[in-house]
Design a protein around this ligand. Structure first.
Ligand code: ADP
Ligand code: GLC
Length: 477
């Protein structure tokens, strides 16, 4: 049994902005079930939601701050969560990265530098918790300074850094770096400096013992200029220490057979009940109720990464077909406005919900026929996996985890029962439109469509295999 300190900036259901929270809320649970001793460490944000007891454990002193460590559980599980409680940094309304008005926190560097420093104290067993991890498993830039700071310690635990997205690097001006009082030895081009800026992510990429990312394809892609955001050289230099492990999902929470968020539960033997979810979705969103019309769903952060611009370019042609489009997301204001324009012109075909809505997300996965995910890049992606589990056939671009989790429908994959969706290559409106048309044609062949749904629903998306791959990595460290 290994002791693992799992470092993250968000974890479902405590607080979530995207897929990192899904992973942080489910991988530790799987590791505990496989016998590892895991503690999650994360900041104690004001917006954390829990019904579990929270209790005081200890106080540590870092960089002139007295910071409390609180203990709770991941709701509904036995997984221990340690909350880094510094009210001056985290006791404000908003999410981990944006304030309540949607603006990035102006003191993000200070917030996460403090979080990293406290994590190092915990990792070195200097915080009176009487527990020293064998492995510190860090995730994304918010935890990047942990491997860097630990590299300066004697008798330190081993470190793993998992990249969930290379597009977010935690880059800050030199002046911010100076205000943080970080050890000077780390500041050089082969350390945490990146073109005279402070790069949190480099702390993880340079100093961790192993780097992983969330799909095998993305592990290759980030070694190229297109996906590496200037760090492709460093990543290919460290390629012997870099690997891709595909994300699993919480198969209890995303389970069409038991999901309390959907009006009608179903499984692959009762697929005939799925359309009741479509009717409920159409009713809730005030779209014409029609069991036969294909409903295309999308749940996403509305950002460049997700290929929203491709969808906007395809929408005029899509809307010439008999279909309905149901979108849920938030993010870039100009994407939101452009999408609203289509609702104004086609209120009977397009529904947009701007905001974050967990229940509606489940209802869309259950009620839609087709799921759209034309990402320009996608480290793993979870919604295309949830879709397959809910018999909702995904259309995805062949990149990152989308390429690794969806099998395109061609005669061969249809006959060997591996086809689960529609995959296109080029990031262009034409290529996306062609995939949409392929899907619409097959939708009119109910027998073949059902085959795609069942192929997708039968796949094993649980964490077991991937959690075991992490355990193998841990055991080699
Ligand atoms: P990313 O982490 O890049 O946003 P993923 O596909 O890995 O993409 O994970 C996104 C997660 O966030 C999924 O669980 C998805 O259902 C959820 N999600 C994204 N936007 C919303 C929203 N507006 N409302 C509810 N859930 C959302
Ligand atoms: C990131 C990526 C997404 C991935 C998620 C969880 O947010 O954008 O592709 O699924 O992390 O690993």
């Amino acid at each position: 049994m290994k002791k693992i300190l799992f470092v993250t900036s968000e974890a479902h259901p405590l607080i979530k902005t995207g897929g990192l929270a899904d992973v942080s809320g489910s991988l530790p649970k799987a590791l505990v079930e496989l016998g590892e001793d895991v503690r999650i460490i994360m900041p104690n944000y004001q917006d954390i939601k829990t019904t579990e007891e929270v209790r005081y454990l200890s106080t540590v002193y870092v960089n002139n701050y007295a910071v409390n460590i609180l203990e709770t559980r991941l709701p509904g599980t036995d997984v221990i969560v340690w909350l880094v409680d510094s009210p001056e940094h985290f006791n404000f309304p908003g999410n981990p990265y944006l304030d309540e008005h949607g603006n990035p926190w102006t003191n993000s560097a200070a917030r996460f530098a403090l979080f990293c420093r406290v994590t190092v104290e915990v990792a070195m067993n200097r915080s009176y918790l009487d527990w020293k991890p064998d492995i510190v498993h860090c995730n994304d830039w918010q935890s990047g300074l942990v491997p860097a700071l630990l590299s300066l310690e004697y008798s330190r635990p081993a470190t793993i850094f998992t990249i969930h997205n290379m597009a977010y690097q935690g880059l800050f001006p030199n002046a911010t770096y100076l205000s943080l009082n970080l050890p000077g030895q780390l500041w050089h081009p082969y350390g945490i400096e990146f073109h005279d800026m402070l790069s949190f992510i480099k702390g993880g990429l340079v100093y961790s013992d192993r780097i992983t990312t969330v799909s095998p394809t993305y592990a290759e892609e980030i070694q190229t200029a297109e996906f590496g955001y200037g760090l492709e050289g460093l990543l290919s230099y460290r390629k012997d220490f870099l690997s891709g492990i595909i994300n699993g999902i919480d198969v209890d929470y995303w389970n069409p057979e038991t999901d309390p968020n959907i009006p009608q539960t179903f499984n692959r033997l009762t697929l005939n009940k799925k359309p009741l979810n479509k009717t409920a979705l159409q009713e809730r969103l005030s779209l014409p109720v029609d069991k036969n019309i294909p409903v295309i769903g999308l749940i996403s952060r509305l950002v460049e990464q997700k290929g929203i611009d491709l969808i906007l370019k395809c929408l005029p042609e899509m809307l010439t077909h008999p279909l309905q489009i149901v979108l849920l997301g938030n993010g870039d204001k100009s994407f939101e406005q452009h999408l609203y324009n289509f609702v104004d012109s086609h209120p009977d075909k397009v529904s947009i919900t701007i905001g974050y809505d967990e229940t509606l997300a489940h209802m869309i996965e259950a009620g839609a026929d087709i799921f759209l995910m034309p990402s320009r890049f996608e480290p793993c992606g979870l919604n295309q996996i949830y879709s397959q589990r809910y018999g909702t056939v995904p259309i995805v671009r062949k990149t990152g985890g989308l390429a690794d989790t969806v099998v395109d429908t061609v005669p061969e994959t249809l006959s060997n029962n591996t086809a689960t969706g529609f995959v296109f290559n080029e990031a262009s409106p034409g290529a996306l439109m062609e995939a949409i048309k392929r899907a619409l044609i097959l939708y009119d062949h109910p027998k073949t469509w059902k085959k795609l749904q069942i192929n997708g629903m039968q796949k094993d998306y649980s964490w077991i295999k991937s959690a075991q791959q992490y355990m193998t990595l841990y055991s080699h460290l």
